[in-house]
Ligand binder design. Structure first.
Ligand SMILES: Cc1cc2nc3c(=O)[nH]c(=O)nc-3n(C[C@H](O)[C@H](O)[C@H](O)COP(=O)(O)O)c2cc1C
Length: 167
């Protein structure tokens, strides 16, 4: 297990376009008994309701969604470039079918019983504040509908960043 240090969130240099959009990340949820993770490349960070928050978008079909919905927390693990293949694997295989974390060469770690990926270079530990299901009637630009032709809608989860950990 790696040793992670807590870092004040507001001191971090973080480019969401790079770290989320280009490098991708692993969103995890569950317990020490059972957890799941999946790759995300959509999301962001900001300030809402007086808190530092992260938001992610998870489609109905994702097994990880069941874990996020069942608990109060999720984590976002940001990986070094050497883990791109592992991120591709976790973004194209479902935890319903196999132990994909092990198959991707990754390891679980936990803080306050919140699961995260031990190989991550920095981690957001988040407490769920809100879950908002996106619906067609909220789309203003008609262009957006192309992402939902099969009706597999996203839920936006807004989480307070409780802790930022780095190693
Ligand atoms: C680069 C990349 C980015 C992805 N981003 C998202 C995302 O933001 N939201 C989402 O619901 N699925 C996203 N996915 C798809 C899920 O990671 C994928 O369906 C995964 O297999 C779900 O695993 P699960 O069923 O174990 O939860 C992405 C996949 C890849 C490869």
């Amino acid at each position: 297990m790696h040793v992670f240090q807590p870092i004040p969130v507001d001191t971090m240099e973080f480019n969401p376009f790079e770290s989320i959009g280009k490098d991708w990340a692993l969103v995890s949820a569950g317990s020490r008994q059972k957890a799941n993770t999946m790759t995300v490349s959509w999301g962001g960070v900001g300030v809402l309701w007086g808190k530092n928050v992260a938001f992610i978008f998870v489609r109905d079909s994702r097994y990880t969604k069941e874990f996020i919905d069942a608990g109060d927390f999720f984590s976002i693990s940001f990986m070094g470039k050497e883990y791109k293949e592992a991120l591709s694997y976790c973004g194209s295989h479902s935890g319903r079918d196999s132990d994909k974390v092990a198959k991707a060469g990754l390891t679980w770690n936990y803080k306050h019983s919140i699961p995260f990926i031990d190989e991550g270079s920095f981690i957001f530990l988040c407490q769920k504040l809100s879950a908002v299901k996106l619906t067609e009637d909220s789309f203003i630009s008609p262009e957006i509908s192309k992402w939902y032709k099969d009706g597999d809608m996203h839920t936006m989860y807004i989480g307070e960043i409780l802790e930022l950990m780095a190693r």
